[in-house]
Design a protein around this ligand. Structure first.
Ligand code: VGL
Ligand code: ZN
Length: 211
């Protein structure tokens, strides 16, 4: 693809680059730490940067440990729909919930925390998993006159996917920078994500395309 952006109405949305999603963390994404230098370079090139931070209270309903007899990576049905159960991760204030030490945070205009309500998970930076409870990010981006959203981070097939799909649904032109993401990839979820993103007209691009 020819080169795109970044311009003054573009936002780089950096999703969940936290210790627990990196090797050694509680919900490690394979090679998750490899996104850090790629994202740092993107942060230098974008005018606007927002970070998200998965931020769960103890005993969160997305934790398998909160559902007796259930294993991590199994599924339960919540009143808002199916929910994958995870190992305990990104506990508020913990070292695992902190951003990766080498992630450049200085330029971030805002950090949006998600998943802090005990009874509902939030993959997307825009809406919780009930698809109706907003995080406030849409209003922030509209008020700042942002027109395009470029997504990067962890995990490609969960929080990046849901954030990108909601960004597009909220009328932002949306791209996912694939080499700035890594996937959990359970039951073909990485391929399903690629299919879904292209069906929705979300651009899959590489960081080298953005200059
Ligand atoms: C995520 C599972 C649970 C993510 C967060 O950042 O993709 N995945 N919480
Ligand atoms: Zn989480």
């Amino acid at each position: 693809m020819s080169s795109i952006g970044p311009g003054h109405d573009d936002m780089l949305l950096v999703i969940d680059v936290q210790n627990d999603f990196c090797p050694g963390g509680a919900l490690a994404v394979p090679r998750g730490d490899e996104v850090v230098p790629v994202i740092n370079d993107l942060i230098n090139r974008f005018d606007h940067v927002v970070l998200t931070q998965d931020w769960h209270p103890r005993g969160h309903s997305s934790f398998a440990s909160s559902h007796p007899g259930k294993e991590p990576f199994s599924e339960v049905s919540m009143d808002y729909g199916p929910q994958t159960l995870w190992p305990d991760h990104c506990l508020q204030g913990s070292r695992g919930a902190a951003f990766h030490d080498r992630l450049s945070r200085t330029k971030a205009e805002m950090v949006i925390r998600k998943g802090f309500r005990p009874g509902i998970d939030s993959y997307s930076a825009f809406f919780e998993n009930d698809k109706i409870t907003p995080t406030g990010l849409t209003g922030y981006l509209r008020e700042r006159d942002i027109k395009r959203v470029f997504c990067a981070g962890l995990a490609f097939d969960f929080c990046v996917r849901y954030s990108a799909e909601d960004a597009q649904r909220q009328q932002f032109e949306t791209f996912v920078i694939e080499d700035a993401c890594r996937a959990i990839d359970m039951n073909g979820s990485a391929a399903a994500t690629r299919d879904s993103l292209s069906r929705l007209g979300i651009g899959l691009v590489n960081s080298a395309d953005i200059r």
